[in-house]
Design a protein around this ligand. Structure first.
Ligand SMILES: N[C@@H](CCC(=O)N[C@@H](CS)C(=O)NCC(=O)O)C(=O)O
Length: 207
């Protein structure tokens, strides 16, 4: 049985929750107590020395980092769809996974940490990174339904939570209709699960 160690309000954890659900992989979820700083306790640091969720355990395998967890689940349970073995296609997915780990984390994720949790950040820099990221994604998604390939991949899942959580980051998505439509496509998938703070992007509020 797979075990996912998570924070309920963690977007990084949500990537793993979402793919597990879409792939219909049986699993259990363990809430790590952030209030009790359980993620910095020796037992947790033995699983992830960075003291961060998510962590996935599957038998003897203990895996940290949301992108790595998506990669494992895709290869183990997703056939050749979610992370194709074709070298060029695999690399296209990897490029967008890197965007999820870099620009998405330094932009939208940082803004949510600031506005929702009071984290002290360089707001202007995070807003600039977000604006550039949104412009790139909007252009890309105006030409195709999914970010990396002509079908859904783990790149879409990796990029989903921190854009879906845009209201909590005080990010306005109305200038990006193709991004909003893409969020809605993911929310319409069989097996989709949400998390607190993600609105229904299939029916965005009118002006
Ligand atoms: N690169 C990691 C980042 C994980 C991360 O930042 N997790 C946050 C919750 S969303 C966390 O555990 N923060 C607690 C801390 O850093 O002390 C991933 O993609 O999984």
């Amino acid at each position: 049985m797979i075990t996912l160690y998570e924070f309920p309000l963690s977007g990084h954890s949500h990537k793993a929750r979402l793919l597990l659900s879409l792939l219909k992989v049986p699993h259990e979820r363990v809430t790590v107590s952030g209030a009790e700083r359980a993620h910095k306790a020796p037992e947790f640091l033995a699983m992830n020395p960075f003291g961060q969720v998510p962590v996935l355990r599957d038998g003897d395998l203990v895996l940290r980092d949301s992108q790595a967890i998506l990669t494992y689940l895709a290869r183990r349970h997703g056939g050749d769809t979610w992370l194709p073995s074709d070298p060029a296609q695999h690399a296209q997915v990897a490029a967008w996974m890197a965007t999820a780990a870099n620009e998405m984390t330094r932009g939208p994720n940082a803004l949510r940490l600031h506005h929702k949790f009071g984290r002290d950040i360089q707001v202007g820099e995070a807003q600039q990174i977000t604006a550039h990221l949104l412009a790139v994604l909007e252009a890309r998604l105006s030409q195709c339904d999914w970010v990396a390939l002509d079908h859904i991949t783990i790149a879409d899942i990796a990029l989903f939570p921190y854009l879906a959580l845009a209201p909590e980051a005080q990010i306005d998505l109305t200038p990006c209709p193709h991004v909003v439509a893409w969020l809605g496509r993911i929310q319409a998938l069989d097996g989709y699960v949400g998390m607190p703070g993600i609105p229904d992007h299939r029916h965005p509020p009118g002006p």
